[in-house]
Design a protein around this ligand. Structure first.
Ligand code: SF4
Length: 332
């Protein structure tokens, strides 16, 4: 259970039920009032090596921007929802690029307002829309602090139209198993080979737990997808990812395999990651591989074309062999 070192909070949160609840829940934790969760001067000045320590704090505020971004992969819209950032420290975390050092967990207490916008948009549309609510954080993790996922599912289930989806790297799914969700929730579990989880995805759930969570969620009627992501082309990647695919094939329940779909995403990386990781995790594996990666504008890197093509060939071939009846929605 995450116990914050300090709470940084906007005064306004006291006007919201969840804000009051969190202040009370953490009454024994030191608190610092802040003007704006987007600009905490004290945090901005911290050195890169403080990155891990900064993630031990909790920031609580009110979300002010509610702009939906169109998306054409699994969902129709990416929706800013109840949190951003996370307490874990995956070395490649994409939130680090967007927020630099502020990838710590921020909670937003105006959940009623956020869900209402989703419901209204969904009802206005002629088609059945899917909303991605987990692109800025990990909602299974966040739920252990706020119960927001339980609240969301309970308050969304009776909406006439629309679905919600989110990815996760955590296995604490027990609280949502008994909920009535009416098939409106798509959970996408993100997986990587055990060795990569151990060396790169610090603070997340182990592979075994994630596989068990998938089976339990399916048993509880949730729609399930698996993200093999991000694929990291380490020295022995073919061996590691083959073992992962074989393990999924043997440990996922027949019920899961019946309707499961996959997304496969190759890792991208950045100069900001290199700098933070060198100083904050000096003993960790260096994910920047100058022989395999190339620039992608503005301090960003991705794998060279030939590596990505080889990766795509590999995954298409192995997935056809082990999961012939399951769709790969995309490989990027
Ligand atoms: S679990 Fe997700 S949000 Fe958290 S550090 Fe890892 S990649 Fe980032």
């Amino acid at each position: 259970m995450f116990k914050p070192k300090a709470i940084y909070f906007e005064k306004e949160i006291e006007n919201y039920p969840l804000g009051k609840e969190l202040i009370d829940k953490y009454k024994d934790i030191p608190k610092i009032e802040i003007e704006n969760h987007n600009a905490i001067e004290e945090m901005r000045k911290k050195e890169n090596k403080e990155f891990g320590n900064m993630k031990r704090n909790l920031i609580i505020g009110v979300r002010k921007t509610h702009k939906f971004v169109e998306n054409h992969k699994i969902s129709d819209y990416l929706v800013p929802y109840t949190s951003s950032g996370c307490t874990a420290s995956c070395l490649y975390c994409y939130l680090v690029c967007n927020y630099n050092k502020c990838a710590y967990l921020r909670l937003f207490v105006n959940r009623e307002q956020m869900l209402e916008k989703i419901v209204k948009t969904s009802l206005k549309s002629d088609k059945e829309l899917t909303f991605e609510i987990g692109s800025n954080s990990d909602l299974i993790l966040e739920n252990t602090i706020t119960n927001n996922l339980i609240w969301t599912i309970e308050n969304f289930k009776n909406t006439e139209k629309g679905k919600l989806t989110f990815p996760t790297k955590f296995d604490m799914v027990e609280p949502i198993l008994p909920l009535e969700h009416k098939g409106k929730i798509i959970v996408r579990m993100s997986v990587n080979p055990e060795e990569i989880i151990n060396r790169v995805e610090f603070g997340t759930s182990r592979l075994q737990g994630r596989i068990e969570a998938i089976n339990k969620l399916k048993e509880a009627g949730y729609q399930i997808g698996i993200l093999i992501a991000p694929v990291i082309f380490v020295e022995n990647w073919k061996e590691l990812y083959l073992q992962l695919i074989q393990r999924l094939e043997s440990e996922l329940s027949p019920k899961v395999k019946k309707t499961l779909f996959f997304e496969i995403i190759f890792m991208t990386y950045s100069y900001v990651h290199i700098k933070i990781n060198q100083e904050a995790f000096p003993n960790a594996i260096d994910l920047y591989d100058k022989d395999k990666m190339t620039g992608r504008g503005k301090g960003k890197y991705w794998y060279k074309n030939e590596i990505r093509q080889e990766g795509e060939r590999f995954f298409r071939e192995k997935m056809k062999q082990y999961f012939p009846n399951n769709e790969i929605i995309y490989i990027v």
